[in-house]
Design a protein around this ligand. Structure first.
Ligand code: AMP
Ligand code: MG
Length: 339
C-alpha cells in the first residue's frame, strides 16, 4: 500500500516535471511573424503568433488575404466593388451584396442610432466635395447646400431577405471610410485564429484589433498618439487583451488654408469638419464598434461623447478636446500609463 502510494507520488512528480518541460519547450517554440502590406489605402501591419513558424506565416497570409478580399467588396475607390455598384445604382435599382457588406451596413446604421446621427455613412457626396484624402479644397456653401439633401440615411434601404441594398436618390453615395477598417480587422482576426494563430495583432492605420497574448505571456501594448506632437510621440499607453482600439484624429488627414486646419471628419449637420475634438480613441471588444464610435464621437465632442462611452457596456475611451484637455472614461483610468 505504502509502496503503491510512493509509486503514485513519484509518477505524479515525474508528470509535473514533464509537463513543465513541455510547457517551456512550447513557450520557446512559439513563433511570431510580422508582415505589412499596402491595403485599404494605407499600410496594414499584421502580427501572427502560433506554435510553429509555418502556422504563424500561414495565419498572417490568411489575415492579409481577408483584408484584400474585404477591400474588393467595400472600397469605393474600386469601381467594381459591391459598394461602388450600390453607389452607381443610386436612384435606379437595388444591388445584391454579400453577407459581409450587408453586415457592415447594419453596423453602420447602428452607429448612426447610437451617436444620434453624428456617424453617417451617407456623407459620401460631402466627403467628395472636400476631397481631403487627396489635395483637399474648401467647397463653397452653394456646393455643400447642393449635396445636403443626399446626406440622408433614411434613403438607404436594406433588404435582409433578398440581401439587396438601394439608395433612393440619384447622387447618393455610401462611404464606409469611418468604420470599414475596424470591421476588416475583426474578420482578419477570425481567419487568423481559424488558421491556427493563438494570438495576433491587425493594425490598419489607426484601427487595431488584438487577440490573445504575446509569446512571453505579456499583453499587447498600444500607444495613443499625441494629437499635437510628432508621429510616434504618445500621450499614453494601454495594455490590450482580446480588444480593439481605434483613434480618429484631426491630424490624420487634413490640409490648411488661410491658417485653418480642414480635416477629414465631417459633421453631418454642417458638412464642415467637426470642431469639438483633436482626437478620440475608443477601446472595445470589436474593431467595428471601436472604429464606428471613434468617428461618431469625434463629431459629438467630449461631453456627449464621453456620456455615450460611459453608457455603453464594454466600451472605453480617451478624448482630447479642441483645447487639448484629456478626458478618460472610468473603466480605463487605472489602465492608462501617461507618458
Ligand atoms: P476615421 O479615421 O475612422 O475617423 O474615419 C474617417 C473617414 O470616415 C473619413 O475619411 C470619411 O471617409 C468618413 N467620415 C467622415 N466623417 C464621417 C461621419 N461623420 N460619419 C461617418 N463617416 C465619416
Ligand atoms: Mg472610425
Amino acid at each position: 500500500m505504502i509502496e503503491s502510494l510512493f509509486q503514485r507520488f513519484v509518477f505524479l512528480f515525474i508528470l509535473l516535471i514533464f509537463s513543465l518541460v513541455l510547457c517551456e519547450v512550447g513557450v520557446a517554440k512559439d513563433a511570431m511573424i510580422k508582415r505589412s502590406q499596402y491595403l485599404m489605402g494605407t499600410l496594414v501591419f499584421v502580427t501572427g503568433i502560433a506554435p510553429d513558424d509555418a502556422t504563424a506565416r500561414q495565419a498572417v497570409d490568411a489575415g492579409l488575404k481577408e483584408i484584400r478580399r474585404l477591400e474588393e467588396l467595400l472600397s469605393t475607390w474600386i469601381p467594381e466593388s459591391e459598394l461602388s455598384r450600390v453607389n452607381a445604382a443610386a436612384g435606379q435599382h437595388a444591388v445584391k451584396v454579400s453577407a459581409e457588406t450587408l453586415n457592415l451596413l447594419d453596423h453602420s446604421l447602428e452607429m448612426d442610432r447610437l451617436t444620434g446621427g453624428s456617424f453617417n455613412i451617407a456623407l459620401g457626396p460631402a466627403v467628395v466635395a472636400w476631397n481631403v484624402s487627396e489635395k483637399g479644397r474648401v467647397p463653397t456653401q452653394r456646393e455643400l447646400d447642393a449635396v445636403y439633401s443626399l446626406i440622408d440615411l433614411s434613403q438607404l434601404q436594406l433588404d435582409r431577405h433578398t440581401r439587396t441594398v438601394s439608395l433612393a436618390r440619384p447622387g447618393m453615395q455610401i462611404d464606409v471610410g469611418g468604420i470599414g477598417k475596424g470591421f476588416a480587422a475583426d474578420l482578419a482576426a477570425e481567419v487568423m485564429e481559424t488558421s491556427g494563430a493563438t494570438a495576433g495583432v491587425i493594425a490598419i492605420s489607426g484601427d487595431i484589433k488584438t487577440f490573445g497574448r504575446m509569446p512571453d505571456g505579456q499583453k499587447f501594448v498600444f500607444g495613443i498618439q499625441h494629437p499635437r506632437k510628432e508621429q510616434g510621440h504618445v500621450l499614453a499607453t494601454i495594455e490590450l487583451e482580446n480588444e480593439a482600439v481605434s483613434t480618429a484624429g484631426d491630424y490624420q488627414r487634413y490640409f490648411e488654408q488661410d491658417g485653418i486646419r480642414y480635416h477629414h471628419i465631417l459633421d453631418p449637420k454642417t458638412l464642415h469638419p467637426a470642431r469639438l475634438a483633436q482626437s478620440v480613441t475608443v477601446i472595445a471588444s470589436r474593431g467595428v464598434i471601436a472604429d464606428g464610435l471613434d468617428t461618431g464621437i469625434f463629431v459629438m465632442g467630449p461631453k456627449k461623447g464621453m456620456a455615450l462611452i460611459e453608457r455603453l457596456p464594454e466600451v472605453e475611451g480617451v478624448i482630447v478636446d479642441a483645447q487639448g484637455n484629456v478626458f478618460v472614461s472610468s473603466g480605463v483610468k487605472g489602465r492608462l500609463q501617461f507618458q
